[in-house]
Design a protein. Structure first.
Length: 201
């Protein structure tokens, strides 16, 4: 339960931060910039007015911001199901923040039934794209393992070590990097020398 709450809080706080650049025509780019400014300034009505048309046209960055607004009830009635659909749309367009949020909502069962198998799949996808938080949470799943009714995800400490090291070397959140580095070092002490060599490649 603690991991579930921590995952949701951390993922949503990260999703609020960085936006991944998308190549858009100049008017759409300008609308997104204005929508993001309105979002940052908590001018929710204007943010919705500018971001919703972009999200409807497939702009993953706009989907993430609108998802955040629905997840928190900023300028709209709080609706985690709508937030999930917006995040999932962004994730399907390979937006790392959308991927992290989708994985997190599957993990916590917020707006969608709990599905740890899909959460792990999305964390892995984000990790392989180089997203620090996704790599960290993927490593946590590898470290702990997970057993469900329809799957059995056994711990894999060698792979967990590898992904903690990747999260530790990633840019973004220095505190997360330090935590990942500490966990990697604890695992390193338990692993065979050859396993460490393989994981470090």
């Amino acid at each position: 339960m603690r991991f579930k709450s921590l995952t949701l809080l951390l993922a949503l706080s990260i999703a609020f931060g960085g936006m991944v650049a998308t190549v858009l025509p100049a008017p759409a780019r300008a609308d997104f910039i204005e929508g993001k400014k309105s979002y940052d300034n908590k001018n929710w009505r204007r943010a919705i007015m500018l971001l919703r048309p972009l999200a409807e046209k497939g702009d993953a960055r706009a989907m993430v911001l609108l998802g955040n607004m629905y997840a928190e009830g900023y300028g709209v009635e709080k609706d985690l199901t709508e937030a999930f659909f917006l995040y999932r749309g962004a994730a399907e367009r390979n937006n790392p923040d959308g991927i992290l949020a989708t994985a997190t909502l599957y993990q916590t069962g917020s707006g969608v039934p709990v599905n740890t198998r899909l959460a792990i799949m999305w964390f892995e996808r984000g990790a392989k794209m180089g997203h620090q938080a996704s790599a960290f949470f993927y490593a946590m799943h590898l470290y702990q393992g997970s057993k469900g009714e329809s799957y059995d995800f056994k711990p894999d400490h060698v792979a967990a070590y590898k992904w903690f090291r990747i999260a530790a070397r990633s840019r973004g959140n220095p505190k997360m990097a330090r935590t990942a580095d500490g966990l990697a070092e604890k695992l390193r002490e338990k692993l065979d020398y050859n396993d460490v060599e393989v994981a470090d490649r």
